[in-house]
Ligand binder design. Structure first.
Ligand code: AMP
Length: 116
């Protein structure tokens, strides 16, 4: 389990409230907010409060957290008015990950500028 990493991690700063975000959901374990550079009409991120860098850094101890992230996707997508949606987890720089704090993208609401 990695430590909270507010000095260097932008998502930890959003979680702590040090920098603002358009939050759509928050509980003890997760925050979700609109992506600052949306690639679809609706594009939000589901972010665990625990600072884990990527899916590659997860093990059995993260199983419940990962399951909860997946279950939040349809719940929040529905709340955002989506009937269908896409999900994406980029893993590592070679996998297109720019922010090294695990997160799940949710896209919907029309034509997507991400790979179909
Ligand atoms: P990834 O490439 O999977 O690491 O995605 C990181 C995402 O975080 C990108 O889509 C960025 O637009 C988004 N992002 C970066 N900084 C912020 C921020 N301050 N608020 C909201 N979204 C952000």
């Amino acid at each position: 389990m990695s430590a909270h990493n507010e000095n260097t991690c932008i998502f930890c700063k959003i979680i702590s409230g040090a920098i603002p975000a358009k939050k759509i959901y928050e509980d003890a374990d997760f925050v979700a907010f609109h992506d600052i550079k949306p690639m679809a009409k609706v594009h939000f991120l589901i972010v665990p409060k625990l600072h884990v860098e990527s899916l590659k850094d997860c093990d059995e101890t993260h199983q419940a957290m990962l399951g909860k992230a997946l279950l939040l996707a349809p719940q929040l997508a529905t709340e955002q008015g989506l009937i269908g949606f896409k999900t994406l987890i980029n893993t590592g720089p070679e996998g297109g990950q720019e922010v090294m704090h695990l997160h799940l993208h949710v896209f919907g609401g029309g034509a997507l500028s991400v790979a179909n």
